[in-house]
Design a protein around this ligand. Structure first.
Ligand SMILES: [Cu+2]
Length: 138
């Protein structure tokens, strides 16, 4: 039977063979690609559910953030004040308590929309002197 596939007198088995190889190829290539997409979206969902942690340190005329962007979802700002003056951290209507030298606080904020969100220090005139910036949600 196998020998008959390779004869030119009857081409139907060859076409059938080519067609079945083609289908097998599509299936073989298609499945890992689909599995890859599923894995990627599962990771994205998991990451969004867990959220992002951003470390913030306050200084007398600026903030230092571990990152200035995060995906939509919960962002946990871990704010620490190693500076000599007191500072707080305000973003999207939420503010930490005033942090004295060496103190820290955690601010957990849910961002449902992409965009640019201003953050600042509400203490005294600190924002005017540089304790401010923009955080981007992607
Ligand atoms: Cu400040």
């Amino acid at each position: 039977m196998e020998g008959k596939i390779f004869t030119f007198s009857d081409r139907t088995p060859i076409r059938t063979l080519i067609a079945s190889v083609f289908v097998a190829g599509v299936v073989a290539v298609g499945n890992p690609a689909q599995a890859g997409l599923l894995r990627t979206s599962a990771h994205a969902t998991h990451r969004a559910a867990r959220g992002t942690t951003i470390r913030v340190s306050t200084h007398n005329s600026r903030y230092v953030l571990s990152a200035k962007t995060a995906p939509r979802g919960v962002v946990t700002f871990k704010v620490r004040n190693p500076a000599s003056q007191p500072h707080d951290f305000h973003i999207r209507g939420r503010t930490t308590r005033l942090l004295r030298t060496g103190q820290s606080a955690t601010l957990r904020v849910t961002f449902r929309r992409k965009g640019r969100y201003a953050y600042k220090d509400t203490f005294d005139h600190h924002a005017q002197f540089g304790c401010r910036g923009v955080f981007t949600i992607t």
